[in-house]
Design a binder for this molecule. Sequence first.
Ligand code: ZN
Length: 138
Amino acid sequence: MTDFQLFTDAQWRERLSSEEYRVLRQAGTEAPHVGEYVDTKTQGVYSCRACGTELFRSTEKFDSHCGWPSFFSPLAGDRVIEREDRSHGMVRTEVVCANCGSHLGHVFAGEGYDTPTDLRYCINSISLRLVPQQVTED
Ligand SMILES: [Zn+2]
């Protein structure tokens, strides 16, 4: 198995497009409302675009109207790592892929969304790749 944690910058640049690299490897943010999965309702599993690990499912995706794909929970808690992000003069919680360490987005809590967790995993479309498939809720 490829150990993506050992990838060099040059390897990432080769593997990713420049915009993917900017978001996934430099913690960039894509513009709101333009990402390819913002309003996607297709059933399936969202994998990390950098390493292919399954991260989120369509069953936990909800309409947050914030401009980015939003999930109330990851596929499993150990698929992502959450860490404090004090960039841009804010204290936020960054979400990164546990397998490859690539930046996915941020998670926000207690905003009052009518979801089971009241969490909003606000994830860049470009950090994900949707694999359409039948998904059953568990
Ligand atoms: Zn990954």
